[in-house]
Design a protein around this ligand. Sequence first.
Ligand code: OXD
Ligand code: MN
Length: 595
Amino acid sequence: MNAAVDVFKSQDSRECRLEALNAWVAEVAALTQPDHIHWCDGSDAENAALIARMQADGTLLPLNHETHPHSWLHRSSPSDVARVEHLTFVCTPERDDAGPNNHWMAPAEAHAKMDALFAGCMRGRTLYVVPYCMGPIDSPLARCGVEITDSPYVVANMRIMTRMGAPALARIEREGSFVKGLHSVGELDPERRFIMHFPEELTIKSFGSGYGGNALLGKKCHALRIASHQARQEGWLAEHMLIVGIENPQGQTHYVAAAFPSACGKTNLAMLIPPEGYRQAGWKVWTVGDDICWMRPGADGRLYAINPEAGFFGVAPGTSDSSNPNALATISHHTIFTNVAVTDDQEPWWDGLDKRTPALDWQGRPYDPANGPAAHPNSRFTVSARQCPSYSPRAEDPQGVPISAIVFGGRRASLVPLVFEARDWTHGVLIGAAMGSETTAAATGAVGVMRRDPMAMKPFCGYNFADYFAHWLSFDQAGAKLPKIFHVNWFRKGDDGKFLWPGFGENLRVLEWMIKRVEGQADAVDTPIGNLPRADDLNLDGVSLSQEAGAKLFGFDPEGWRAEVDSIGAYLEEFGGRMPDALKEEQARIRSVLT
Ligand code: OXD
Ligand code: MN
């Protein structure tokens, strides 16, 4: 018997001290009929055995061990490469509680549908019990879950993305509560694929997909859809936001939380490298998280945030030495790549990385440009956050970091200026609620279509958006010291279709203006849509902007905004009487001054 088998056998009969968890595992095993049950402890030995198993059956292919030590390539089924929003449901007893922003199914019907799919689906497979903690293991803001899965690839990814294994199980045994996530890859058949959430039962059932957002249940399913529901009940916020620390030359660090839709540069902003002049002056940027932020008010009235994740599940294409050198350094070892291309010497490769031509595309075919991009546009890397050179020393702080500014941003080719500031919290909530963005490859469906994506939570809010906006508004209470709210648009295009703002590291110039606004040290022009900087309110030393860029990035077009604010009004109306009056009144106020 080899070491790999040993590790699994020795764990087969292990149970925990929490009867509710033992009972659930037994119930799932009776339904799914696995050959083995393995309780994951998260140890190095267990991980090595899993990797060996996956290498043996071709789930993981080794990459070049000299250039990318301990790194692997996984090729998914070509029909299983992204989140499937049309197959993702929130199953509340009342349809209205899920809201028009979610697909809904009655809980009894959804359980019956899913249980029929799960029946016998793990025959010939191992059932892995994966205890995990979202957030630093000793943080009062963290929450735990258990994922049951038949996919070793999911186990290996969960070990990177969460605090997985024995310490999480110990916390679950102590607390007695956990989110239940049941997952099977099934036959990876898109016709038999559903991702169901039961917020009242703190339960997730996901069948038929091995893709990250559908299968790593700690991430979108727990840390956003279920957690947003828990957060509303318990008075906190679970958001689709990166968290970044900006340290000024005086050594003070302001933490910023920023919401952008999927594949709109959250990872790049979280790992930003300051422009040369800023670096020399002593500015530093610290990464706390790149995708999810849990925030709650502290005793001093400020919002404190943790990153519930322990790793990055980042989009590979476009990641390069010029766009994100910190990410490249992070993924230079101990990384799982999914659906990237490979060079002839087995290095992972994607479009935008460098000038080489890959040997094989993401499906393992000899690369032929006629087949489309070499790497899938939503190809990913999974890597521990601790490998990131800019990982913040405060990232594991159990109390979280205090947030000075919240930023909302979308991908808008026209109309929306580079940056503006909300007048107050209610205006800021409206700006978040009105966020629009062009769709990307992170979900199946058309790319480049403008849709409303409030607070970048359209695919992730586990309840009715109208109630969600009311929850946001409720933080504006006596004694609260709330962050300032801003909106940015890195993606404004000129008449020639090219981006007007250089983006990436240069975005620090915009963040500096925000921080100075927070400190009361920068100017802005009061306009109907909010406070806009003039070009010379930002430090633009070394940036050359055309006249068109200056006008479009720092100006505002009243006619275009009248149409936009009308369309925001129509959007709010879609939620009927449940939409908070305060937001409708704010929209009407802005429309009335936009004459
Ligand atoms: C992600 C996404 O993977 O938003 O973070 O799709
Ligand atoms: Mn995301």
